[in-house]
Design a protein around this ligand. Structure first.
Ligand code: ASP
Length: 339
């Protein structure tokens, strides 16, 4: 064995810079969500707006049952190690099929008595995203949005072109009558008749949307949103939902956001991306950033957002009377609420 002290000193001197470099690299690497952590989080919404607190107990219970079922569907995927993308798509499909909510079955009527559906999905890993808008026959727009993201070179497809893409992808289409419900028909009729200044106010209220955001155990965030838009909306009107950065956004560096409310205002304020930007550039927490945008930038009654942060935190923030919502995570949280 070489016992020469000079050769040992020389060896230490040679190794010192290497160990310094390794330490520096460890310090400068961004704190990543551990790939082995079993932590997951999920938040869902079924729209925000003027929800009278005195709705009949049975009706309230129906909403809560539906929200719980959607939350369970997403929880099962995340708790089983599935991806956030699968979880948010599944939650949104569940709510799209539920006639209580304004997305697909149960969608609001346009001014012309039709339904025009918008949806978007985003993958926080690489900012890939897919949006569809002004669909009239696609049964589950959120799944078509995912196919736009994964199987097309594009980000946004609308109207008849998007429906041709649905056929290519063998996505089920339905007779538009499938989306009709008596409640939404009455809201449309009331909006048509109300030729008063209150009319605009009423149109703002008859809307809602469904959405989900999630963090999976692999550390990846995703967001998905789907809507029929606003009652009595004019031909070709698009809201914030399919506009990436307004109603839907996900970025593994910050958070995943899904919005609901008066779409025109959410587009002007690029609400979902603004929350992410406040976290990224100002170091705010998810809750602080969502409070800032919803309570200080928007106006009272505009709506709200659900968000999940890269650390698993959940924010459910709204400036309207209520927001149908739910939250679940790996620590055992499981709750739904309206007001
Ligand atoms: N944001 C949707 C839209 O403007 C409606 C809603 O969320 O209530 O289309």
């Amino acid at each position: 064995m070489n016992r020469n002290p000079w050769s040992q000193i020389l060896l230490l001197l040679l190794l010192f810079p290497i160990s310094l470099a390794l330490n520096a690299q460890a310090l400068s690497a961004p704190p990543a969500v551990s790939a082995t952590s079993a932590r997951w989080s999920l938040a869902i919404h079924g729209g925000a707006g003027t929800i009278p607190t005195n709705i009949p107990e049975a009706e309230k219970e129906q909403y809560l049952v539906s929200l719980r079922a959607a939350l369970e569907a997403g929880k099962a995927i995340l708790a089983g190690g599935g991806t956030s993308l699968d979880a948010v798509e599944t939650v949104v499909r569940t709510l799209e099929d539920d006639p209580l909510f304004n997305a697909c079955k149960g969608a609001v009527f346009t001014h012309d008595g039709t339904h025009e559906l918008d949806a978007a999905i985003m993958d926080g890993r690489d900012l890939s995203c897919g949006s569809v808008a002004a669909l009239t026959t696609v049964r589950n727009p959120i799944s078509l949005a995912r196919l736009v993201m994964e199987k097309s070179p594009h980000v946004f497809m609308v109207g008849t072109g998007a429906e041709r893409f649905a056929d290519e992808m063998r996505v089920p289409r339905v007779d538009p009558k499938y989306f009709d419900t008596p409640r939404r028909y009455e809201q449309w009729q009331a909006a048509l008749k109300a030729e008063t200044p209150e009319k605009a106010e009423q149109e703002k209220k008859d809307k809602d949307t469904v959405g989900a955001v999630a963090l999976d155990v692999h550390g990846n965030l995703a967001a998905a949103t789907s809507t029929g838009g606003m009652t009595n909306k004019r031909f070709g009107r698009l809201g914030d939902v399919p506009v990436i950065g307004a109603g839907t956004y996900a970025n593994n560096r910050t958070c995943a956001i899904s919005a609901t409310g008066w779409g025109e205002r959410f587009i002007r304020h690029t609400v979902a991306h603004d929350i992410s930007a406040l976290m990224e550039y100002k170091g705010m927490t998810l809750q602080q950033a969502a409070d800032e945008v919803i309570h200080r930038k928007l106006e009272k009654g505009d709506g709200g957002v659900i968000g999940v942060g890269r650390d698993g935190s959940i924010a459910l923030v709204f400036n309207s009377e209520g927001m149908y919502r739910g939250a679940a995570d790996s620590s055992g949280r499981f709750e739904v609420a309206i007001w």
